[in-house]
Every structure is written in C-alpha cells, then in structure tokens.
Ligand binder design. Sequence first.
Ligand SMILES: NCC(=O)N[C@@H](Cc1c[nH]cn1)C(=O)O
Ligand SMILES: [Zn+2]
Ligand SMILES: [Zn+2]
Length: 535
Amino acid sequence: MVLQMKDPIEHSCAEHIRIWGAKEGHSTPDCGNCRIKKQPNKMALLCAAALLCVLCSMDALQYSELAQYIDSHQEEYVEALRDWVAIESDSSNILKRPDLHRMMDVTAEKLRRMGGDVVMVDIGEQELPGGQMLALPKVVTAHFGNDSQKHTVCVYGHVDVQPAKLEDGWRTEPYNLTEIDGNLYGRGASDNKAPVLAWIHAVEAYQALNMELPVNVKFVIEGMEETGSNGLDAMILAQRDTFFSDVDFIVISDCGWLSKRPALTYGTRGNCYFFAEVEGPTQDLHSGVYGGTVIEPMTDLIGILDTLITPSGKILIPGIREAVAPLTDEEWKMYQDIDFDFDYYKSKIGVAQLMYNNKVDLLAHRWRHPTVTIHGIEGAFSDPGTKTVIPAKVTGKFSIRQVPDMDPAMVKKQVTDYLQSVFAKRKSPNKLKVTMVIGAKPWLADTKHSLYDAGKAAVKRVFGVDPDLIREGGTIPIARTFQDVTGKSIIMLPIGGFDDGLHSQNEKMSRYNYIEGTKLFIAYLHEVAQIKKSV
Ligand SMILES: NCC(=O)N[C@@H](Cc1c[nH]cn1)C(=O)O
Ligand SMILES: [Zn+2]
Ligand SMILES: [Zn+2]
C-alpha cells in the first residue's frame, strides 16, 4: 500500500471527502482530475469518485451541490422555457416584430432581476424590400462579475425563432410548450431558447447557493440570428474596445450533437442567401385568357433555378466548387472515427435514399462542401385549391452554404453573373433582378486550444464520456465576426439533441439535455477557470 489513511475528514455534504497521506519515502499518485502530483496529505478520496487533490475535491463537491440544485429546480426551468416559447419571436415575419421586441424585453428583465449589469443596445433599423424602415430588435448585453483576476467568458445566443404554424404539420401547438415522453416540443425550444435559458440558470444557481462564479460571465443575446444577424456585426465592431475589451473567450451553444454522444463543435458553414426576382406583366393574368400569348415569369424563374445544381448535387455555378479548400487526410480520418448511425439518420428524416451512401462522404457533404437549397417562391400560388393565374412577379429564394475558402463577395458576383447569362439565353422580355440578402462566412476553430480541453473535461464530468469533435452544417452568422473583430477564441458547446428538428415541424428539446446541459455549462465554467490567465 502506497497510501495510508490519515485524519479522515467527513463532510456533511452528499459526498464525503477523506484526506489521504503518503507513507514516509513513498510517492503520492497524481490527482485523477488535474493530473498534477500533489503534496502528501493533500490527496483526497471523494466518495464515488477518483483520488483527487484537495482543490479538485472541493471543486467536485461544489459541482455536486450545484448539480443537485439544478435537479431540484428543473420544474421552474421548464416553466421558464414555456414562457419563452409562448412568445412568437419570429424574426422573419415583420408582423411579429412587436413579439420579438417583447422577447428582448423579457430576456433583459430576467437578467436584470438577477442583478446583472444589463444594457439593451439599439442597433438601428432594417430596410424592407419595399424601402420602408423597421426597427431591429435591441441586442441584450449583460455582465456578471468584474474580477480582473478571473477570465471573462462571453456567452452568445439568440431568442428569435423560425416561423411555425400548426397547419405546417405540427402535432402540438408550436408556441405552447408540450411535454411528451420527456421531450419538450415547441418552436425555438432547442434553437435557441433552452440553451440560452440553461446558461442563465447556470449563473443563477451560483447566486442562489451564494457561490462565487469561477469566471466573469457576459451575455450577448440577439433577436435576428435566424435572418442573418442583421445589425449585430456593426454593434460588435462598435463595442470591440468597450464591452468586448475584457472578454477572454466566447461560447456559443446554438447547435446540436451529431448522435447520442455529446459533442464539441469546431466549425460551421456560412450562408449566402439570394433573391431572384422575375417581373413580367403589370398584374396577375387569367391563364386561359392570356396563357400562350405572354412569356411567363414563373417559367423563366423555374428555368434559371434549375441550372443551379444537378440532381446528384453538383453545383453548376462556375467558380463555386473550385474555391473549396480540399479535404485533408486528417479530416477524412476524423470523420471515420465519429459515432454516426447512417441508417437511423435516414429513417429519422423519412427518406429511403441519400445523396451518398457512406458515413464519411455524408459528413463531408454536410459540413465541408457547399450546397444549393431552393427554399421557396414568393408571389407563386401556394394555397390549397386551384387558381388559374399567371403570376406577374415571382421571387425565387435560394441559398448556398459556404465553406472554407469561399468568399461571400465572390459568390455574390459568381451567382449574379451566372444567372444573368443563363437568363439572357432565354431571350425573355421579362426583367431579372438578383440580390444577395445574407452573406455569412464559415467559421473554423483550433481544436487544440485549451477551450476545447475544458470542453472535453466538462463533458466527461457530466456525461462520463469523451465528446465527439464535430462540425455543423448550419450557420451562426456572427461566429466569424466575433473571431475576426474581437480576435478571441470561440468554442461551440452544444446541448441540443441530434434529432431536435430545428427549423422543422415538432422541434423539441429533451428535458434530459436541458437539465444536464445546464450542469454542463456549470462544469464548463469551472474548467475554463483552470485555464492559465495570461498577463
Ligand atoms: N441555429 C443556427 C441556425 O439555425 N442558423 C441559421 C442562420 C441562417 C443562415 N442563413 C439564414 N439564416 C441557419 O439557417 O443556419
Ligand atoms: Zn440558432
Ligand atoms: Zn436556427
């Protein structure tokens, strides 16, 4: 026996610590957590845990107390999510703008009640396609703790949502949070209201237990993410030397796991979103009376949209595929090692066949290649029933997900030139106008950064497994701006499940992920506090 028990100390907490000392001349083993060889008599055995140094043991005890607090307050957390989901904060629908403003007020008020230093930052107005101006939702910033000896972590999230209507095929009212079999269904539940609340509840738990936060925490919560984070770039630029000057790291939890295994996300795709408007007659026309005599805008539009991508997914716009950074051997290897159930993925989304039939190709095309998606046509007849009309003006909406080394400014030119040349060949008298309404760049992090070690340790503590390192096919438009403007390192720490149905019917957040995710954030703050602070 290397160790002998000396002065066992029993704590009154749920878990007990026993302090162990080394025999004369014998070495003391490393701490099972921080791996540092500690002095004799400073090693502790924590019930149901490994041999830890005293510091780590105290940390484990504190975590255990916080985790118990989270468990015993979970009903309140679900109610908070219910209140937030009930606000139809759809940023894409201008008629819902009052709800979106209310959502920002409610968010600010929650942070204010916790004693945060809260500011609602006016980010101006947005110009609508008709030229009218509409006030953007204010960005909520908040600040907890101001200790220059500690790191400052800035949490970014959004509280706007994608559109949702019961008649889209939801099984429950989208804005009435409904729990079924441990899943909390509602628009915005996973994207991104529960993760934002989980971060707020993590800070609240320290306050309730009178525990000092291990780091200073700042929040930046916006209401335009789903439509491209309009106005936020300028705000970050304007506050680079004020609000962001003392921020050390940025954490974003606006994404999901790839499987049942927790994950850390190190890359997102960007997005270039286009409107292609084809305008013909001055008003809609009877298709029997005028059909066969006019060159129809819808036929032109569908003709040009069909030249963007082949049925097998090959993008036809010259220059787009050529800009993509080639996949490295290391990336192939990483993708091979990732947990991913190919058949479950297929069955979950209800398709018999995918574009690719192996895991690596599928992941590469989800994360690492651009793709074109045609989203819809404004001005087209889409109601139930039959209407025999020739629409006078139609606007096709499509987007191209961006990966390194694509550049949105270049993509804008490539797409516009290509569509104009394809349209010209049709010799149509109609007018085509192409505009890029969102131009978000991809984001990529260095997984060797200590933020990722902290993430791995936090996942291990809460879930007892090592996380997958994954990328995200979706876009968080502001991620790249945070990186470029503030120069700070970013980690994405998702708590959403792989099957949450983001942007889809029946979006949900599982109660398990919501509650364990809150604990993950607490564990993460503890781990970040261990990162050496540079002076
Ligand atoms: N949760 C992230 C997310 O859903 N982001 C949106 C943002 C976006 C991109 N283009 C328009 N909106 C996404 O679709 O990826
Ligand atoms: Zn989101
Ligand atoms: Zn989203």
